[in-house]
Design a protein around this ligand. Structure first.
Ligand code: F6R
Length: 349
């Protein structure tokens, strides 16, 4: 039930700190990881990880790629399930497959699974539903422990997916930090943000526009892709997530007086580059919002979240964008939990 919240989406956004804490407590037993050694060994045995997913789960997969590559030096490819199923890329010799799916029922992923099983490669499904088709039919599965996600727009499952992918990547790494501590800081950062910031004012000026852009670099670019999907699916504002440096290679032609451009900035090494891309769009009339971490914040930045471990930053950067989508849809009086034309799980290819 929704309890004190007007919509499931808002409730689920607010559940995120407890989801992160639950994952930490369920995945560790007296400090020892509960991830099956067999999974870790199969990954170690492989020469490449292929992450397959759709929509929001695919965006979590992109963050996962960064985690495995940075922490473990394992090359990772992320593929859209509906593309992989019918146009298989050239595979490496010993691939390991990770299927990421909140519902565990996405038909495009099932088509991939059947295909991969025929080739006899190991599959791990990361899902919120342990009884689902994709959990049952894969060699391994790991649970998200996000609790039932009712709103069609996925929020807490995304954060849980990133957390579980982070735990797997961490177990394969040389563990030069304590992930339980870092995930606890993530939970605190999200909690702090949710209790202090109201995105409604920031959101209001989006409403008069028919389009919107999110820009960012590196991990913030991936967050921008997820933010764009969420905003368009529930507010029906046409939104694109863009690599900040790529904007000037064509898309900047769409910027006109008042066009909303939202920048996501968390990486101190490239913060000034994204800020200079913002100046380029401001000079062409864009109205901008900066969503930043406390580490890179400058005077005038509109939305600030407490900085966390750099590899886990996407888990906190996404939260303001979830609220922004929520309020945009609320102000436009749309059916937030059941946007038009969409179903919670997509069981047709
Ligand atoms: C967007 C959203 C969808 C799903 C996608 C995959 O908010 O929820 O993009 O992420 O349909 O669904 P699952 O994760 O159930 O495979």
């Amino acid at each position: 039930e929704k309890g004190e919240y007007a919509h499931f989406m808002l409730k689920e956004i607010h559940e995120q700190p407890s989801v992160v804490r639950r994952i930490v407590s369920n995945y560790f037993d007296n400090g020892k990881s509960r991830i099956d050694e067999k999974i870790l060994n199969d990954i170690k045995d492989s020469d490449r990880i292929y992450i397959l997913a759709a929509g929001t789960s695919m965006h979590a997969g992109l963050i996962g790629k960064n985690l495995f590559e940075r922490l473990d030096n394992i090359p990772v490819e992320v593929h859209i399930a509906s593309e992989f199923a019918y146009q298989k890329p050239l595979l490496s010799k010993k691939p390991f497959f990770i299927l990421v799916s909140q519902s565990g029922e996405t038909a495009d992923l099932r088509a991939c699974l059947v295909n991969i099983k025929e080739m006899n490669f190991p599959i791990l499904t990361v899902t919120n539903v342990p009884t689902s088709t994709l959990a049952r039919e894969a060699k391994y599965f790991l649970e998200l422990f996000a609790g039932p996600e009712i709103a069609v727009a996925s929020t807490k499952a995304y954060v849980a997916q990133v957390a579980v992918l982070a735990l797997i990547a961490y177990e394969l790494s040389n563990k030069d930090f304590d992930i339980r501590e870092e995930l606890t800081k993530v939970a605190l950062s999200i909690e702090n943000f949710l209790s202090c910031q109201n995105m409604l004012d920031v959101t209001r000026y989006l409403l008069t526009h028919r389009n919107c852009f999110f820009i960012g670099r590196g991990l913030d670019y991936y967050t921008g892709l997820e933010a764009a999907l969420k905003l368009k699916e529930i507010s029906y504002i046409q939104t694109e997530g863009f690599a900040a440096g790529e904007l000037k290679h064509g898309t900047i032609a769409l910027i006109e007086e008042g066009t909303p451009v939202i920048a996501i900035i968390s990486d101190p090494k490239i913060s000034h580059n994204t800020r200079s891309n913002l100046n380029e769009v401001i000079a062409r009339g864009a109205r901008t919002i900066r969503i930043v971490t406390s580490e890179v914040a400058e005077a005038g930045d509109e939305v600030i979240v407490d900085a966390v471990h750099p590899l886990l930053t996407p888990m906190v950067m996404v939260v303001p964008t979830q609220l922004l989508s929520y309020y945009a849809a609320l102000e436009r009086s749309f059916d937030i939990d059941k946007p038009r034309n969409l179903a919670k799980s997509v069981t047709v290819e």
